[in-house]
Ligand binder design. Structure first.
Ligand code: HEC
Length: 207
């Protein structure tokens, strides 16, 4: 009797176990005794909403919403303009790390057209047939207000598209600072190099 009942149990549990792996797929969610908010209703993006009057699942942000960290109090910093005039000098102090960042961003975004030296003869111009980009080393560019360089990046100018989507405000000023350094480097003389950094180059010969 004892033997019989234990083999019966063994057979029963084996059947139950095998029944559990029938290999059939099911659309039904598994039995979940304590759901604990594990599954909740959700919408797919672009799906129709039965809750909102306009039937849109994707909601617009509340008017005037600004993404965290994107609130710019200082108008000059955000626009490069004071009123409707471009500011002559950039509104943030220049640091070495900023110049390095500006150089990196310039080399990525501006060299295709303006060339690494700023000549305006980048590959897109010489090979791609793109309209001549402004030579950043000519007097016109060297004497333009800092805000105008910022403006070219932020808003684009005639044939140059805006780079606002690629280059955030902080980096735009870094690029402006780097363009100034580039202009200086392309128009510098040996006198501008500190004596101990001239590598023995005689001042006369370098002229
Ligand atoms: C797709 C090519 C292209 C790229 C990339 C480009 N530029 Fe330009 N840029 C131009 C062209 C073309 C002009 C001349 C626009 C005109 O006068 O029609 C120009 C003009 C300018 C000017 C003169 C603005 C003025 O007020 O006359 C500045 C400054 C300038 N670019 C800076 C930059 C900087 C900084 C970058 C990188 C963030 C950049 N550009 C990237 C094509 C480009």
């Amino acid at each position: 009797m004892r033997l019989l009942s234990s083999s019966l149990w063994a057979a029963l549990s084996l059947t139950a176990l095998l029944a559990g792996c029938r290999g059939q797929e099911s659309d039904q969610p598994p039995v979940h005794l304590n759901p604990n908010m594990d599954s909740q209703p959700r919408y797919d993006s672009q799906a129709e909403s039965k809750f909102f009057e306009d039937r849109r699942t994707m909601r617009f942000p509340v008017e005037g919403t600004v993404a965290k960290g994107n609130f710019l109090e200082n108008d000059v910093y955000a626009t490069g303009k004071d009123g409707d005039q471009y500011v002559a000098k950039m509104p943030v102090p220049i640091t070495e790390s900023m110049l390095k960042r500006g150089q990196q961003q310039y080399n990525i975004y501006c060299t295709p057209c303006h060339d690494a030296t700023g000549s305006g003869m980048g590959l897109v111009v010489t090979r791609g047939g793109y309209p001549q980009a402004t030579n950043l080393n000519e007097a016109y560019s060297r004497t333009m207000p800092d805000g105008q360089i910022y403006g070219a990046i932020a808003y684009g100018i005639r044939n140059m598209p805006s780079y606002a989507a690629q280059i955030p405000v902080e980096d735009r000023w870094a690029v402006v600072a780097y363009v100034r350094a580039l202009q200086f480097s392309q128009n510098a003389s040996i006198q501008d190099v500190p004596a101990d950094k001239r590598g023995g180059m005689p001042v006369e010969a370098a002229k």
